[in-house]
Ligand binder design. Structure first.
Ligand SMILES: *Cc1c(COP(=O)(O)O)cnc(C)c1O
Length: 414
C-alpha cells in the first residue's frame, strides 16, 4: 500500500529511534564518548541566536572557564565546530606554512595524526618514534630537535591508543622552548583528568575535545594558544588553507562578537555546562577523583588475575589498557560485555588490548563496580579463569583506603 505521491517519490520507511536504541542505555566505559551529566544534556538541547548578546555572554564565560581548565592566562582560547581532530587540525594548519618544519613525537595512532595533518599543509614533517610501551624520553627529543631544528613540536599527553602517559611532558616542553620551538600538546583524553599547566610548563597550544575528560558531547572542541603562538599565526604570509579552521577568521566569532560560520550553539552550551561542573568541583578535587578511581579500577583488574598492558611508570590513568587473554579477540570481549552486561568498552587501534576509560563521569564508584563486575563475568563466560570476587574485593579495599576528597586527604596526612 503506497500513498499517492504527486512528486513520484515516497519517503523511506524507517524505524523510530526508540526501536533502534537499546532498551536499557549502555554504560559508556570505552575510550570516548563518555557519559554526560544531566546538566550537560539539558544545555545541549538549547538553540539560541549565535550572534546575540546572550551568546556573547556564554562565549565569554566559556573562555574564562576554559582558561582555568587549561591553566593559562592567555586570552587566545577558541572553540571549533568539530571533533578533537578539528582542533588538532586548527593548531597544525595555522602554525605551519608550506615547507616549514615540524617534529611530531609519535607515541602511536593519535600522536601520529598531527604528522598526517602537517603533511597535508605541505610542511616538512619529521617524526620521532617512541616505543609502544614507553613515555617519550626528553633527551631523545632534545637530540631530535638539534638535528631537525623544527618550528613546531607536537606531542600527546596521553596516547589513548596504547594507553601510554607522556609523564615527561613538562621537561619536553621546556626543552623544546629552549630551542625556540612552538609546543603543541594534544590533551584530548587527559584535560581536566590530571595536571597540565599550560603557562607554567610553557606549552604554546593545548588541544581538547568535548567527549572525553570534559564529559561533554562530541562535535564541539576547544583549544588555547599562547601569545607567542598567536603572533606566529598573525605573521603568516599565506592564508590558512582551510577556511573553516582559519584561526584569524575564528577570531571574529570568539573574540570580536562577529560572524565566521554559524556556531555549534548547542555544543557550546554543553561545553559551558561541562566546564562549569569542572569549576564547581575544582581541578584539584577532579584530579584526585580521577586518580583514585582509575587506580582502584587497575587494582581490581589485576586482582582478578588480568594483566595491564603498560607498566606503572608510563601507564595512562585516563584510559586503561588490558591484555587480551590467550585465545580471545577484542571483538568477542567487547560484544559480550555489551550484549550481556550492557557495558561498552573499547578495542584498540593495533594493540592486543581492550580499553576501559576513566574520564569525567566514567570515574564514579558505582560505574567502576558495574564495569569491573561486567568485565570479570565476561571473562568467565568466555572461558577465562579469573578470580572475580578477589578483584572486586581489592577494588573495594583500595577505595576504602584512599580518601575521597582532598580535604580528607589533607586530614589523613596530618
Ligand atoms: C580521541 C582522541 C583524539 C581524536 O578525537 P576525535 O574527537 O575523535 O577527533 C585525538 N587525540 C587523542 C589523544 C584522543 O584520545
Amino acid at each position: 500500500m503506497t500513498a499517492l505521491s504527486p512528486l513520484g517519490v515516497t519517503p523511506p520507511q524507517v524505524k523510530s529511534l526508540d526501536e533502534i536504541l537499546p532498551h536499557e542505555p549502555l554504560l559508556m566505559m570505552g575510550a570516548g564518548p563518555v557519559p554526560i551529566p544531566e546538566r550537560v544534556a539539558k544545555a545541549n538541547s538549547v538553540v539560541i541566536n549565535h550572534l546575540g548578546s546572550v551568546m556573547a555572554q556564554v562565549i565569554d564565560q566559556v573562555k574564562s572557564m576554559a582558561r582555568y581548565v587549561f591553566q593559562t592566562k592567555s586570552e587566545w582560547v577558541l572553540g571549533v565546530a568539530g571533533p578533537a581532530s578539528a582542533a588538532m587540525e586548527m593548531a597544525v594548519a595555522n602554525l605551519l606554512q608550506k615547507d616549514e618544519r615540524i617534529l611530531c613525537i609519535n607515541n602511536g595512532f593519535f600522536s601520529h595524526r598531527m604528522a598526517e595533518m602537517a603533511a597535508r599543509v605541505g610542511a616538512d614533517v619529521h617524526e620521532l618514534h617512541v616505543g609502544t610501551y614507553e613515555a617519550a624520553d626528553p633527551e631523545r627529543v632534545r637530540n631530535a630537535i638539534e638535528e631537525t631544528r623544527p618550528k613546531v613540536v607536537t606531542l600527546v599527553q596521553g596516547e589513548t591508543s596504547n594507553t601510554v602517559f607522556n609523564h615527561t611532558l613538562e621537561d619536553i616542553a621546556k626543552i623544546a622552548k629552549s630551542y625556540g620551538c612552538l609546543v603543541v600538546v594534544d590533551a584530548v583524553c587527559t584535560l581536566s583528568t590530571m595536571p597540565l599547566k599550560m603557562d607554567e610548563w610553557q606549552v604554546d597550544v593545548v588541544i581538547t575535545g568535548g567527549q572525553k575528560g570534559l564529559s561533554s558531547i562530541p562535535g564541539a572542541s576547544l583549544l588555547a594558544f599562547s601569545d607567542e603562538a598567536w603572533s606566529a599565526i598573525k605573521r603568516r604570509t599565506q592564508p590558512t588553507a582551510q577556511w573553516c579552521f582559519d584561526v584569524q577568521l575564528a577570531e571574529n566569532f570568539w573574540h570580536k562578537d562577529g560572524y565566521h560560520y554559524t556556531a555549534p550553539v548547542s555544543g557550546i552550551m554543553a561545553l559551558h555546562e561541562a566546564l562549569k561542573l569542572v569549576c564547581e568541583e575544582t581541578l584539584e578535587q577532579r584530579f584526585a577523583r580521577h586518580l583514585r578511581c582509575s587506580k582502584a579500577l587497575q587494582t581490581g583488574i589485576e586482582g582478578m588475575g588480568l594483566e595491564l598492558f603498560i607498566a606503572s611508570e608510563a601507564r595512562l590513568n585516563s584510559v586503561v589498557g588490558i591484555n587480551i587473554p590467550q585465545g580471545l579477540t577484542a571483538n568477542q570481549i567487547c560484544h559480550h560485555i555489551s550484549d550481556v552486561y550492557r557495558v561498552e568498552i573499547a578495542g584498540s587501534f593495533g594493540q592486543p588490548i581492550v580499553r576501559i576509560g576513566q574520564m569525567g563521569e566514567q570515574c564514579r564508584e558505582h560505574n567502576l563496580f558495574r564495569t569491573l563486575h561486567a568485565l570479570g563475568s565476561t571473562m568467565r563466560d568466555l572461558g577465562v579463569k579469573v578470580d572475580q570476587p578477589n578483584g572486586m574485593a581489592e577494588m573495594e579495599a583500595y577505595l576504602q583506603r584512599m580518601p575521597r576528597t582532598i580535604a580528607q586527604m589533607a586530614q589523613s596526612v596530618a
